[in-house]
Design a protein around this ligand. Structure first.
Ligand code: ATP
Length: 208
């Protein structure tokens, strides 16, 4: 009798757990690749929500960080508008400084002990995982979910759930170049994001 009650309690505890996807990135700018990937992962894994989490300052310093974070946050908000599955997590922007995923996920799991986190990465990130700060600790804390990206394989020494989604050959780097050279980015980003980029004059300078 006691055993049965424990089993029922365990089952309820399991069912009560939230399943949340985290899509971390620089989002400079957010594009349709991000949205398609997040939607596919959310639906295929039956997640309750996907949070887009812009970094304040990526751990690897490079040129794509040169537009202010407020613009990236605004564009993420415009991108996810109208999709009840999507939301934004601004914890790294509020914290500022370098964003190590392990520090962020430790904070989030401490704040939400009833939640299982699924950390979504594109195929290009997989080969860098061994270089991520305290990766061995991070893989204990979150389940990595991989989505293939053109030109990148699936080999990983870490456990990754691969989700099948259409291969989307869109990158923020390419979009920034297209804006700079006056090419159209229509249909590569949400219409509102395209208008925002043009209105604010983003990605026109050499250092953007
Ligand atoms: P950049 O070209 O500046 O490196 P990006 O297009 O890779 O940018 P990020 O904001 O760096 O965009 O990416 C956030 C996350 O989304 C990363 O895990 C990245 O691998 C993934 N991602 C971005 N674009 C795609 C895509 N087209 N297909 C699959 N995953 C993607």
């Amino acid at each position: 009798m006691i055993i049965e009650e424990t089993e029922v309690e365990t089952q309820i505890a399991f069912q009560d757990r939230k399943r949340i996807g985290i899509m971390g990135g620089t989002f400079s700018p957010p594009h349709l690749g991000h949205l398609i990937v997040a939607q596919q992962v959310g639906e295929q894994l039956g997640l309750d929500k996907i949070y887009f989490m812009p970094d304040a300052e990526p751990p690897h310093v490079d040129e794509k960080e040169s537009i202010p974070a407020k613009h990236r946050e605004s564009m993420v908000r415009l991108s996810i508008a109208g999709n009840p599955l999507f939301d934004i997590e601004t914890i790294e922007l509020e914290r500022g400084g370098k964003s190590f995923t392990i520090d962020t996920m430790k904070l989030l799991t401490a704040m939400h002990p009833d939640t299982d986190y699924y950390f979504i990465i594109g195929g290009d990130m997989v080969e860098y995982l061994p270089k991520w700060e305290r990766i061995d600790e991070l893989v204990q804390l979150v389940q990595f979910v991989g989505v293939a990206r053109p030109g990148y394989g699936r080999e990983s020494i870490y456990p990754i759930i691969w989700v099948d989604a259409p291969l989307i050959d869109i990158s923020s780097t390419e979009i920034r170049k297209m804006v700079k050279t006056g090419r159209s980015i229509r249909y590569l980003v949400k219409e509102d994001v395209k208008d925002y980029i043009l209105k604010e004059g983003l990605y026109l300078d050499d250092e953007d």
